[in-house]
Design a protein around this ligand. Structure first.
Ligand code: AMP
Length: 287
């Protein structure tokens, strides 16, 4: 497994891959868990060369405290990636990614982005779009792997690839959960056992919505109310939103039909919990 820190070295290495077969790329912010590793394994199985980046992107954080307190464990990450037979781990340095004179940003706009701005932290969308554009330029992957859990991120990346004609195929894999249903996340590691138990209510609320739909309820208002009421049973959890969306446009739906996404964002202390399930067009659920 090769570890690359230098941007020039990454560019040179990627240039050498042009004739070497397909490149699968998993961008992460590190502190890896099974959710990341599912993406890494898919990249390894489906592509000739697998690349994982670890970079805590300062541009997508609106509060310095969140950036500073983001968990890190580089040694453990490298061991996990080595065990998964990853070919290259790209760990760029923040001062090289954003040097002092850096001033070019990728800023998605339009109605979908406007809706997403209401659901994400200030600067998040521009931060994600800018770093992903840079990483795609540096790594030059054929396929990029993302988890369904962070649906706003997927929408931003999909739009970016389309609008800027970036020739990367997007692969979205299901959310990986612990046995109690809580979606794995680097920050959820910081939860105490009591908080973790409380956090499980997010997935339970999504399943409550799913059960109602399966009983024939198609009113989004009724499903949203059931999700909100379920979250309210856990005093430690502060709800941001619980809505039924179109999974690509993030339009809030009134009537729930196949192709709808139930999404919840909530806080427990400083930790943000983000989760969704999708009632797919083929009427199967992506849980
Ligand atoms: P992050 O390190 O949080 O930026 O996440 C890196 C990638 O891993 C993103 O594509 C996330 O959607 C994905 N990811 C994070 N948590 C999970 C999970 N529990 N299941 C599947 N993918 C995940």
């Amino acid at each position: 497994m090769r570890i690359i820190h230098d941007l020039d070295e990454m560019t040179e290495t990627a240039r050498g891959w042009l004739a070497g077969g397909s490149v699968g790329f998993v961008p992460t912010m590190g502190y890896l868990h099974e959710g990341h590793l599912a993406l890494v394994r898919a990249a390894h199985q489906e592509c000739e060369i697998s690349v994982v980046s670890i970079f805590i992107n300062p541009l997508q954080f609106s509060r310095d405290e969140d950036l500073i307190s983001y968990p890190v464990d580089p040694e453990r990450d490298l061991q996990l990636l080595s065990d998964a037979n990853v070919d290259v781990v790209f760990i760029p340095r923040a001062e090289e990614v954003y040097p002092a004179q850096f001033s070019t940003y990728v800023t998605p706009t339009g109605p979908t982005i406007k809706r997403l701005e209401g659901l994400t932290a200030p600067g998040y969308i521009r931060g994600v779009a800018t770093i992903m554009t840079k990483l795609f330029q540096l790594v030059r992957p054929d396929v990029a792997y993302f988890g369904q859990k962070n649906a706003p991120q997927i929408t931003v990346v999909r739009k970016l690839l389309r609008d800027l004609n970036i020739d990367v195929h997007l692969r979205v894999l299901p959310t990986v959960r612990e046995s109690g249903g809580l979606a794995l996340s680097s920050q959820a590691y910081a939860l105490t056992p009591v908080e973790q138990e409380a956090a499980r209510v997010v997935y339970r609320a999504l399943l409550t919505g799913k059960a109602l739909i399966e009983q024939g309820q198609h009113s989004a208002a009724a499903i949203e109310k059931a999700m909100v009421d379920t979250i309210a049973t856990e005093p430690l959890i502060e709800l941001d939103y619980a809505h039924v969306y179109h999974p690509e446009t993030f339009l809030v739906l009134k009537k729930v039909l196949p192709g709808a996404m139930l999404a919840i964002a909530a806080h427990i202390g400083r930790v943000r919990l983000l989760d969704n399930i999708v009632w797919r067009e083929d009427a199967n659920w992506l849980l």
